[in-house]
Write a new protein. Structure first.
Length: 645
């Protein structure tokens, strides 16, 4: 019952968690609007990261600038920018190309194979930033921050790659831009124009992904968009924060800490690294389904039902629901914009149950009415698996044809095909396990029966071996008592005893014997005892002749007679009488031994001989034989054996 309750709780909890969790986000561009967020980190998140990987675009080596045809004012303006940027990102090398390399001029044809401070010269040259300054005579020809021509000019050629990036296109020649300045323009004005270009270059702004949402659209910021759309953009605190974090050695760690502390782990995982999230989703979905299948298996396996159909229906439906839950959980974990609804969930579950019901009927019909051939297990097993696979695939193809969605049918079909093959394989495993367990149980039953038979034989032999020494002890005592008083009786008794042992030896290993033979052995025994007791012992034997050939365990009657002599006749001084009667009853045979000796005491405990009789009856007939001891109206022991004639 506990397993059923746990299984139901899991089935109920998963849709509640998924549907309630998906309802907290509104859309792809405004996730979780009610969560407290850090605007500056959101600014970084929406620009630096692509929303699917941890990859960021930045210079991994030094940032080197070559200033060409510059005046003193231009050099001062650039130096001021260097100082500002070095303050923001102190761990980054920002310098003139000539100062860092010791080479006065960027020349791709020289020093190609030379290494400078651990970098290949060709790599340093490839990512260098070349700024050309042109002095113009007219102020109208000069660039200003409000000039549309400047916005066009700040789109440098090439793409920004780090010096160590092996994917950099061959022949990439760095970034170049030309500034047109009039001699009347101040250092501050030139500094602002050059800063605009340098900051966007160092930030790799042209590689920002266009995912700007309304709340974090910081208008007027220099790094707000991947393209410069305004004539005058400020170097805001948001831009400075972005630049600092971009070149921080702990950027990725800080970014992950912020995401996981601010957003639900599902959303954060998808935004940080979608591929890793998919792998995690696969494991979580697989583990969840494994738990559900395990519980379902424990609940349903080998369970008997009043109707045969239910033994197919419940396992198939549970398997289909588990598959749906796997896709349900997986979809929830790898998507952040989908809204799951209870109505859709219930309708989908209903459709899976209906398909499972039809499939269960097909499997039952095949097993009961079609699978009637006299095949070996291997052939029957293969045909069952093939039929299961076809039965699962047919409704899937019907659904796809009915939907008439040829755009995405192939990708969705792959999932259903995987489920169909998995379902067929799992059913095959259970069929094989059932077959194997049945054969194993049969084999163990046979072995157990053989062991029981061997054990019974051993017990019977042991019991029979116990009779002979006991009787021998009593007989030898009798012979010893007569040896000095009556030689002829002693001789006769010894010969009779010899006949008794001849009876035992000639039947070595035999467990049963005919009643007639057993009676003859008893008569021989009584003759021995009669010689011992003389006139004090008389006996009478009555046997239904139709029972002479009926077999009974060897030495079944003799202990009863022996008991009558030892505990009956030997205890009285007068004439003793023993009677053996074997007759039919309604159910089998009655073996009755009576004597006129002392009555059996209350709480009678059988002697050695009688205990042997109890055990022989138990091992030979189980519950089909009984022994009854009474004192009134006549002292007697009765053995009743149920048998068919």
């Amino acid at each position: 019952m506990k397993k059923i309750v746990l299984f139901c709780l899991i089935l109920a909890a998963i849709p509640i968690i998924v549907i309630s969790g998906s309802s907290k986000s509104q859309n792809r561009y405004n996730y979780y609007p009610n969560l407290p967020k850090d605007d500056k980190w959101e600014y970084v998140k929406e620009r630096v990261f692509d929303g699917e990987t941890e990859k960021v675009n930045k210079y991994s080596g030094p940032i080197l600038v070559e200033l060409i045809n510059a005046s003193k004012l231009d050099s001062v303006a650039l130096e001021n920018n260097f100082d500002e940027l070095r303050t923001l990102i102190p761990n980054k090398e920002i310098n003139y190309f000539r100062n860092f390399t010791g080479i006065p001029k960027v020349n791709p044809n020289l020093h190609r194979n030379e290494k400078i401070k651990g970098y290949e010269y060709s790599d340093l040259w490839a990512v260098s930033i070349s700024i050309y300054i042109t002095e113009v005579d007219s102020l109208q020809d000069a660039y200003s921050l409000e000039d549309k021509r400047f916005l066009k000019a700040v789109k440098p050629n090439g793409i920004f790659f780090s010096p160590m990036n092996k994917d950099r296109p061959s022949g990439f020649s760095g970034s170049k831009i030309t500034f047109k300045f009039h001699k009347s323009q101040t250092v501050e004005e030139r500094q602002d124009i050059i800063r605009f270009y340098l900051v966007r270059m160092i930030s790799c702004a042209s590689l920002f992904k266009e995912r700007i949402n309304g709340k974090f659209d910081i208008k007027g910021a220099m790094l707000n968009r991947n393209e410069a759309t305004s004539w005058h953009l400020d170097f805001t605190d948001y831009d400075k924060f972005l630049l600092q974090k971009l070149y921080s050695p702990t950027l990725v760690k800080e970014y992950k800490d912020y995401m996981y502390s601010t957003y639900p782990w599902r959303f954060a995982g998808n935004f940080i690294n979608k591929e890793k999230q998919k792998i995690l989703a696969n494991w979580i979905a697989s583990f969840s389904v494994f738990i559900m299948l395990f519980l379902g298996f424990n609940i349903l396996y080998k369970r008997t039902y009043k109707f045969l159909y239910l033994s197919y229906f419940f396992p198939v439906v549970v398997a289909f629901i588990c598959f749906y839950y796997a896709s349900f959980i997986h979809s929830y974990l790898i998507t952040t914009g989908n809204h799951f609804q209870f109505r859709t969930y219930y309708l989908t579950c209903l459709s899976y149950i209906l398909i499972g019901a039809v499939l269960a009927f097909c499997l039952m019909f095949y097993d009961r009415y079609i699978n009637k051939f006299n095949w070996n297990f291997t052939k029957e097993f293969v045909f069952k698996i093939c039929f299961t696979l076809i039965a699962v695939l047919v409704p899937i193809f019907i659904i796809f044809i009915a939907e008439n969605k040829f755009v995405d049918w192939f990708f969705r079909l792959n999932t259903f095909l995987a489920f169909a093959f998995l379902f067929s394989i799992v059913r095959g495993i259970f069929i094989y396990l059932d077959h194997f367990s049945e054969n194993l149980i049969k084999q163990k039953d046979i072995e157990l029966s053989q062991l029981k038979a061997l054990n019974a034989q051993a017990e019977v032999k042991l019991l029979q071996s116990q009779i002979n020494p006991h009787f021998l002890y009593n007989a030898l005592n009798s012979i010893a008592s007569l040896a000095q008083t009556d030689a002829s009786k002693t001789e006769k008794m010894a010969l009779s005893l010899s006949d008794l042992f001849k009876y035992t030896i000639n039947r070595k290993g035999k467990k049963k014997n005919a009643i007639s033979d057993e009676v003859e052995m008893v008569k021989t025994y009584l003759e021995v005892e009669q010689i011992r007791f003389g006139d004090r012992l008389s006996y009478k034997v009555q046997v239904d002749e139709s029972l002479n050939d009926i077999e009974i365990p060897m030495f079944l009657i003799q202990p009863l007679i022996e008991n009558a002599v030892k505990h009956g006749i030997s205890k009285i001084e007068g004439a003793g009488e023993i009677q053996l009667k074997i007759s039919k009853n309604k159910e089998g045979i009655d073996i009755i031994v009576t004597d006129n000796g002392p009555q059996f005491p209350d709480g009678f405990v059988s002697g050695h001989g009688l205990q042997t009789v109890y055990d022989l009856l138990k091992f030979s007939y189980a519950d089909n034989a009984s022994i009854n001891i009474v004192n009134e109206p006549v002292k007697q022991i009765t053995i009743t054996i149920k048998t068919k004639f």
